[in-house]
Ligand binder design. Structure first.
Ligand code: NDP
Length: 265
């Protein structure tokens, strides 16, 4: 049998940890696979490239997750509902699409234990799939965003939504920075007064950004709250994608320790 080939498609893609994560797991588990990266400028060419490279599976990152949805022949129920795909697997000549970003995120926050009321700071693409999955899993999700425009989708889906001006502080178990504030600047995801009115009452906080201490996480630490950055989300979406890539030959707990090494190298 020949080696199974996988890749991540994105633009940019050079920074991605996915090749290292998946190759460590292939090696550690003795699976004959190889995972590379592909800079894809034109998302409409995704299916053509996937097939011409002879891939068995792929991950898709910014900005092509919606194009990836269109490239698939079959979608699982959740990917169908949210319209966003980050994992594709080829089976019997057909491309099957999944969303493991949201399930990875859910798994990461479940480790905080009993939590119900969640506040998302931000209302972008990542917030869409995760808000829907969290609600399906029994959490109540409220969204607070800088501009009103991105909140429309969530309002139509029946979520409680606020802009900064409208916000009425309440108690939240989990507060999550889902914005790109702090990714490459020093901004907070919401005005300081708002954050100071809610963080002290929270059980824990999460920033989906990883690899740097954002101003939001700094504030969370000052309040002595349990926290996570985005590393577990990234790790867990990869573990769940790997389960699909290997047709569930390995389970989550078997895969995780090998992929985790990508974060300490
Ligand atoms: P989008 O571009 O779709 O949305 C960006 C969101 O951030 C919007 O709600 C926007 O508000 C808000 N925002 C941006 N800058 C600021 C600011 N200075 N102050 C307040 N709000 C701001 O982004 P994505 O959903 O694709 O990504 C969001 C974050 O999630 C990124 O930081 C990304 O790196 C991270 N991420 C992490 C992953 C992981 O595995 N850990 C996986 C995927 C994403 P507005 O509507 O007002 O413009």
């Amino acid at each position: 049998m020949s080696k199974d080939m996988f890749a991540i498609f994105g633009d940019p893609v050079s920074h991605s940890k996915s090749p290292l994560m998946h190759n460590l797991a292939f090696k550690g588990l003795g699976f004959d696979g190889s995972y590379g990266r592909y800079l894809l400028k034109d998302g409409s060419k995704l299916k053509e490239k996937f097939l011409s490279l002879g891939l068995q599976g792929a991950n898709i990152t910014v900005p092509h997750k919606e194009e990836a949805y269109n490239a698939c022949d079959r979608l699982d129920d959740f990917a169908q509902k949210v319209g966003v795909v980050n994992t594709i697997v080829k089976k019997d000549g057909l491309l099957y699409g999944y969303n493991t970003d949201a399930s990875g995120f859910l798994r990461a926050i479940m480790e905080f234990g009993e939590c119900e009321r969640v506040l998302f700071l931000g209302a972008g693409g990542t917030a869409k799939s995760t808000a829907i999955l969290l609600r399906e899993s029994g959490y109540s999700v409220t969204l607070l965003n800088r501009s009103a425009k991105r909140l429309e989708y969530f309002k139509n889906e029946g979520f409680d939504t606020f802009t900064f001006d409208e916000f009425k502080p309440s108690e939240y178990d989990l507060i999550i920075n889902m914005t790109s504030a702090g990714l490459s600047d020093d901004s907070l995801p919401a005005p300081l007064e708002i954050l100071q009115s809610i963080i002290p009452k929270a059980k824990a906080c999460v920033d989906v950004i990883y690899g740097r201490e954002t101003p939001f996480l700094k504030l969370v630490k000052e309040n002595n709250k349990p926290y996570k950055d985005g590393s577990d989300m990234l790790l867990y979406q990869g573990v769940i994608a790997f389960e699909y890539f290997t047709d569930h030959k390995y389970n989550f707990e078997q895969i995780k320790p090998y992929m985790q090494k990508a974060f300490i190298l």
